[in-house]
Design a protein around this ligand. Structure first.
Ligand code: ZN
Length: 146
């Protein structure tokens, strides 16, 4: 029996300082989004200017880590050799309590059990020594918006 060599997972390679900062927070197991310090609007993906008021001032505010499933897809054919042993897997869009939407891996639930508006919560997994990646899983306790 031959052993398959471990192929490293691809990890994010930020192309600018703002995006890099998002991932640096993830590496500390913190999900943070930009929040405009002039009008309070949350935003994601990271960018320089607030789309609401055009301010270039922001903070990295801690997310509740909770949201609801907005949409998803089930991948049956691995796009990369590192994921070959993981198919089928789910990638979804999560509408966060803060109002932003985030594209992310969804774990710990069978694809056939997914449903629109399913309550989800963030978790983090180590991709390598330097990189921690967020994922979402079914929320452990019901939120108060039901
Ligand atoms: Zn603003």
């Amino acid at each position: 029996m031959s052993e398959t060599p471990q192929i490293p997972r691809p990890v994010p390679r930020p192309e600018d300082d703002i995006t890099a900062e998002f991932w640096q927070h993830c590496n500390r197991d913190e999900l943070r989004f930009q929040r405009c310090t002039d009008c309070g609007t949350w935003r994601h993906l990271p960018r320089v200017m607030c789309a609401q008021c055009a301010s270039t001032e922001w903070e990295w505010a801690l997310s509740s880590g909770r949201g609801r499933l907005f949409s998803w897809t089930v991948t049956h054919r691995s796009p990369h050799p590192a994921f070959r042993g993981e198919v089928p897997f789910v990638v979804g869009i999560i509408e966060m309590e803060e109002g932003v939407r985030m594209l992310c891996r969804i774990r710990e639930i069978a694809p056939e059990d997914l449903a629109l508006d399913l309550p989800l919560e963030v978790g983090f997994e180590r991709a390598n020594d330097e990189t921690s990646l967020p994922f979402f899983r079914p929320a452990q306790e019901a939120d108060s918006s039901d």
